[in-house]
Design a protein around this ligand. Structure first.
Ligand SMILES: [Zn+2]
Length: 233
């Protein structure tokens, strides 16, 4: 399968679903990691243009650890509105990635870039199959199943499916640590140690399903997106 995971910012996938991506890669699937925004406002002092470059490199290093491809939507943080332009970019991310399955944010996550990423990817994954919606890439031929990854700190999110990531936790942590610019920022701005934050949520989801570490998901259940078999690894 071709798995497309789309986060709002360059480190969201590492926080919320990287263990599952590692597991998919181990099983021989293709993984494409995308982020809609550049992460250009996630620092107190480094200016946006410089920070964008740093964060692009961090995302690349993380993806390289598991041999994943990477795509950036290229939008400045907090400027990811839902409009014609952002929709076309989202459609082209899907047309480039040609996914059999998509992982993205839950529609009720904690901030607007996450919420709008979710909405854009849901809509774009349908539009991407329409041959009369013209963009730079040919139409995709699958309306892919979508799985929502956990919310930040798991708030207002009750998983319906779990992936055991106990064996993948070491790599998940390594991937997250590629995002070094965020370590100090998240500590001082959000008062968290992001490794501890990520591990605590993975441990909590693990407790819920009887393993050491897990990631939780909810499937987007609408007509045309459901198949009669388990798709998560
Ligand atoms: Zn984010």
């Amino acid at each position: 399968m071709r798995i497309l995971a789309v986060g709002a910012h360059p480190d969201d996938l590492e926080l919320l679903c990287a263990g599952t991506l590692v597991k998919y890669r181990k099983q021989g699937h293709t993984v494409i990691m995308a982020h809609m925004c550049k992460g250009d406002k996630g620092h107190f002092t480094i200016p946006p243009e410089e920070l964008s470059k740093i964060r692009a490199e961090e995302a690349k290093s993380s993806a390289e650890l598991i041999g994943a491809e990477i795509i950036s939507g290229g939008f400045p943080d907090l400027e990811l509105l839902i409009n014609e332009e952002t929709r076309r970019v989202a459609v082209d991310i899907i047309r480039r990635a040609k996914p059999d399955l998509i992982i993205t944010h839950y529609p009720e996550d904690y901030m607007i870039d996450h919420v709008n990423t979710s909405k854009l990817i849901i809509d774009a994954s349908f539009i991407a199959t329409l041959t009369h919606f013209k963009t730079d890439f040919p139409a995709h031929n699958v309306i892919p199943p979508i799985f929502f990854m956990d919310t930040l700190a798991g708030i207002n999110f009750l998983p319906t499916e779990y992936v055991d990531i106990t064996e993948e936790m070491e790599m998940k942590e390594k991937m997250l640590l590629c995002h070094q610019s965020q370590y100090v920022w998240l500590r001082d701005h959000d008062h968290i140690d992001y490794v501890d934050f990520m591990k605590s949520l993975s441990k909590f989801r693990g407790i819920q399903c009887g393993v050491t570490y897990a990631e939780g998901f909810r499937q987007y259940q609408v007509w045309g997106r459901i198949v009669p078999k388990r798709l998560l690894p």
